[in-house]
Write a protein that binds this ligand. Sequence first.
Ligand code: PMP
Length: 423
Amino acid sequence: ASVLDLAAIRADFPILDETLNGQPLIYLDSGATAQKPRVVLDAEIDFLTRNNSAVHRGAHTLAAEATELFEDARATVAGFVGAAPDDLVWTSGATAAINLVAYAIGNATAGRGAPASARFALAPGDEIVVTEAEHHANLIPWQELAARTGAVIRAIRVHDNATLDLAHAASVISERTRIVAFTHVSNVSGIVSPVAELVALARAVGALTVLDACQSAPHLPVDFAELGVDLAAFSGHKLLGPYGIGALYGRSEILEALPPFLTGGSMITDVTIDSAEYLPAPLKFEAGTQPVSQAVGLAAAVRYLEGLDMGAVHAREQDLGNRMIAGLREIPGVRVLGDAEGVERVGLASFDVTGVHAHDVGQFLDARGIAVRVGHHCAKPLHRRLGLTASVRASASVFTTDDDITALLEGVAAVRDYFGADE
Ligand code: PMP
């Protein structure tokens, strides 16, 4: 794989010229939201300046150009994740994408949709399997679906080192399982899930697989078709792209059979006062005016990443993640969440500093110009499982330097002295 030219990459990100508390910004919070390279900002401004118009309607040239850019963006982003353009539905983000699936399955359960939709209907006692490591966005929509249908939630346990317990997965996934929803990369440990194993277990019982690719798509080569998942969700703002855009991927026969969630304009072929016929996917799932400039911006983001080579990005960021974990391990009183050997990971690590609250650690680092995330990172069940209420999370991006990691480690090493924490 090619080697990243860090100086050139850093020059592409305008925010790196900013200071934080009078110090050069060390941004280690890309897991929450990524910084945007100038090409993304320019793509949005350019679209809004020169091409802005309503897509999929209007006979004028500007509308046709905007529609072309919008659909080109779909093809670009779909290609980035190994999907055909029609297998990619725009949403406002991963949360919206997962809710779309959960509500569509609820609609199928209520008897809505084409005859083929009946395959998704849930019956009381049917099981929806998640993992203990899920972000709330890939948990609560399933809880709500379970509450509406009488289905039951079951969770695959994690080991003490936050890796998934595959033996437990094999016992939890059964003939009663209808959906298996799990994260590709944990937003707490940064560990890559054993997707092939989970997909095999789900397929063996005919269950639908839903992958949360929020923390994988920005950091490693992702090919949903190759992974064999039925559905997958990711967010643009974590992928160096704009806010308010994300996507749901679905295998074409799944999207074809799934009933819509949101309904309204732009998703129909015919409407009478008491009935409507829907367009095929993906437009069936895109009711209302879409985030067009954001789609164009996201396409610019994935082109930027493709230009760097996702294999090289992954190699570099995995190295940063390993450096972070190795360094954190050395610091007395620091516990790494997901301290597992020999696993594939991204450049993200969460940790606890004995005797110092995560928020204090965050403030201490902030004073040194280092931006990290503190709290439960929308993964309360995993924190509870690991015996914590909060942790500190550092997450790298394509522009993160070795010096950034050294500054983080020096900062964390100084924290306990500063707060006078005892062993
Ligand atoms: N899943 C994971 C693993 C995440 O990290 C996030 C964002 N923190 C989400 C889902 C939700 O993404 P969004 O808020 O962009 O919808």
